[in-house]
Design a binder for this molecule. Sequence first.
Ligand code: AHR
Length: 491
Amino acid sequence: GQSQAKLSLQPGTPQLTISKHIYGNFAEHLGKCVYGGFYVGENNTKIPNTNGVRNDVVAALKKLKIPNLRWPGGCFADTYHWKQGIGPKDKRPTMINQWWGGVTEDNSFGTHDFLNMCELIGTEPYLAANVGSGTVEELTDWVQYVNFQGTSPMSKLRAENGRANPWKVKYWGVGNEAWGCGGNMKPEHYANIYRQYSTFMAGDKLFKIASGANSSDYNWTEVLMRDIPHHMMSGVALHHYSVIQWDKKGSATNFSEDLYFATLKSALFMDELITKHTAIMDKYDPKKQVALVVDEWGGWYDVEPGTNPGFLYQQNTMRDAMIAGTTLNIFHKHCERVRMANLAQTINVLQAVILTNEEKMILTPTYHVLEMYNVHQDATLLPLELKSTDYTLGADKLPAISASASKDKNGVIHVSLVNIDPKKAQDITITLDGKATAVTGKILASASMQDHNTFESPEKIKPVPFKGAQLKGNNLTVKLPACSVVVLELK
Ligand code: AHR
């Protein structure tokens, strides 16, 4: 089929920026994300590390350019008492990780460990505060502990624990999934709780994010936008996972085309979700001062056979590359309202960018998509008109092509294209609204949609130069293979 895209080389009016923060990541105390993933302990002699944080992981995440990292949860956040994670490690109390496998958390990775690690990676921390089972005082103290420069009980304690200067944390989540694991609250109740807790978070440069809706719970967004004064919050969150059925998620690697289709349908639903949540926000906030923060997204499948069901460890195939490519294109399209997002989760949990096994580390197809796409970070959105052919399965259909374009600060244009059809290549004609003189690109593709990288074959899927684009005047023709992600660069 012939798909058509009309791409304007002129930035739209108003000029919109694709915030780099939509490329955020998420690290929860869950399974082997923090312990074994990021952190292997200061005394580990087998795995090269800096203060216990894996050097291979730091290098990979630097290359990925993750702009922010959310921590310590997720559901874990509303059980976490940060004061238990500071000071000498042998004196720290333990706790039970009630949501994730009931394992014992020894608090060896705490506030200093996380914030220093963010400095090492070159990413901004996004702290998720305990509102479900914590106190206002605990949160007030946490803000003061990490941010206060002057003399105070908390800054004194911080200095005693080895850090004289504050870290200056800007991004704060006021609870997580308050409708569920964060306290099973009703939206009206949470709106009041939000107002109360955020009142005592000192510092006017804080970017405070209210715990958001579960997927299509539009009433949640409505109540928050109506009941929380907008000067008290910079963002409202939204969580949506690409899942087939919560009680029957299916294998991450061994799936039929039916299940592939169902997963992508759920992923593409993000567009409708954002459109509808945005419409509600527009009603209360026409100037778009409050951001929509999609701080949990990604594919969710059954855990790998033989692994702890509470650890959410899953493999990552070309299907996940399709989720990542299409979702990021959707975020770009909505960048005026969606100014931050967090893929769940960075290492060994759900749609991870990295998997580790003791001293081994592999990069997933999702990693490669995020890396190919990072050229869009903080670039200007270029409007795109797209006429896509359909990817059909039986009587059901989805648009086969997803596309997005931007211009970076050096005037270089990038176009990201996804063909989710696992059987058919697509010929795309892109009409440029101006002239380009050279086109280069990268492609991520593999023989089958179930393909993935393993510890035995870590580079089965990786980006390679793309030769399928041709420039003729202001026409660009692209041959996009089945189930592939391409990023083009136009000069
Ligand atoms: O990402 C895993 C879990 O999914 C998070 O802890 C929670 O917020 C969501 O339900």
